[in-house]
Write a protein that binds this ligand. Structure first.
Ligand code: SAH
Length: 361
């Protein structure tokens, strides 16, 4: 049987796995074992799954596969951050980042190849949207990082802050989170997962109805409609006011808060007046603010404010009893920091050529 006609088990949750086994004439109860092999132990070779019978293993190898993103390159930052350039089955490239000690260890995952949101200060937006990732490709990033970093049995947090807009790829993202949370697999509790979004409103409202949900981070970045229209173009469709209303109504567990991310751009949105406006906007929302001084890059028409300016902005928020943190930029030396992830497709290219063509800005 050819590769393409085999069903990819990387894409399925435990329930679907049972159905597939039953459909192939194998006992449904093996789904648990198989799921544990794939997700908890990171095994993709059916022949090595020794507690499954020989016949079943052969049947699995004939009809199924477990696809895994391939590592094209690993960059190691002096601060411990590691950036993985991964190649998907169709040659597209994505990046995933490991950030140690923040204070926990964090995996930063991509949800799309490229991004359609075109935020004015973000490099990924320059790529445009190539395609959505599948649930299997999102989970696959975790399997690869856990394997490479020897972290299968360790605790880690996950942030959906890599390439792409997770709420623009809702179904695959939520399915991936369900697979990751499964007790038979990596058992990553939703409390350890943060979904970061520009605020695609219909999807945000849908998220509010999910039985369990990840922590929420909103990429706000501006305090007036005009300013946000310019910096985060999706605001022209789903405006600031409606976004904040949705946040106000968002069901939060006790003691949980929404994180508002705010990229600081010199002389654009970094004045004390902006800070005071932000305080007023967040009034009545269980919020904390994460300030992101711009990570500069060639072709990004903004500058990073001085530390003094960042501190002054933070101080205004703190004076008004808002919890505020300044995101320490990690992995800047390997272009792994926020907004610096960008790839070019490798499709049908020779490996040498591929590397040469990766965009370095
Ligand atoms: N699309 C989602 C996930 C990306 S998260 C979202 O926008 O929330 C990455 C975070 O880094 C976002 O808050 C994004 O706005 C921010 N970011 C993008 N470019 C940046 C840059 N050049 N410097 C600092 N932060 C940036």
């Amino acid at each position: 049987m050819s590769m393409s006609s085999r069903t990819d088990l990387a894409e399925v949750d435990l329930l679907e796995l049972g159905d597939l086994l039953a459909g192939a004439g194998a006992p449904r109860f093996h789904a648990r074992q198989l799921f544990q092999w794939i997700h908890r132990r990171g095994m993709t070779d059916f022949a090595a799954m020794t507690d499954l019978g020989r016949d079943l293993r052969r049947k699995l190898a004939d009809g199924f596969l477990v696809s895994t993103p391939a590592i094209v390159r690993r960059d190691q930052s002096i601060d411990g951050t590691a950036k993985f350039l991964l190649e998907l089955g169709d040659g597209n490239l994505i990046e995933s980042v490991y950030i140690p000690d923040t204070p926990s260890n964090t995996f930063c995952l991509s949800t799309q190849v490229g991004c359609a949101m075109k935020c004015a200060f973000c490099l990924t937006g320059r790529m445009g949207i190539v395609r959505n990732l599948t649930a299997g490709e999102i989970v696959g990033q975790v399997r690869v990082l856990a394997r490479e970093l020897g972290m299968r049995d360790k605790r880690f947090n996950i942030v959906l802050m890599g390439m792409g807009e997770p709420l623009h790829n809702y179904d695959a993202t939520m399915k991936a989170l369900r697979i990751l949370a499964d007790e038979q697999g990596l058992a990553v509790s939703p409390r350890r997962i943060t979904l970061s979004t520009v605020g695609v409103l219909p999807a945000l409202q849908r998220l509010a109805t999910e039985p369990w949900m990840p922590n929420l981070a909103i990429s706000l970045h501006a305090t007036t409609e005009d300013q946000r229209d310019m910096l985060v173009p999706v605001n022209r469709k789903y405006g600031l006011k409606d976004l904040l209303d949705a946040c106000r109504r968002f069901p939060l567990k006790r003691r949980n808060r929404i994180t508002f991310e705010y990229v600081l751009l010199k002389d654009v949105n970094d004045t004390p007046e902006d800070a005071r406006r932000l305080v007023r906007l967040l009034h009545g929302i269980k919020a904390k603010v994460n300030l992101l001084p711009l990570n500069e890059a060639a072709g990004i028409p903004f500058e990073r404010p001085s530390d003094a300016r960042v501190n002054r902005f933070a101080q205004v928020l703190a004076d008004h009893h808002l919890t505020v943190s300044v995101r320490k930029s990690r992995g800047r030396d390997i272009r792994a920091a926020c907004g610096q992830l960008i790839t070019a497709s490798t499709r049908a290219k020779a490996p040498g050529q591929r590397l040469a063509e990766l965009i370095h800005v």
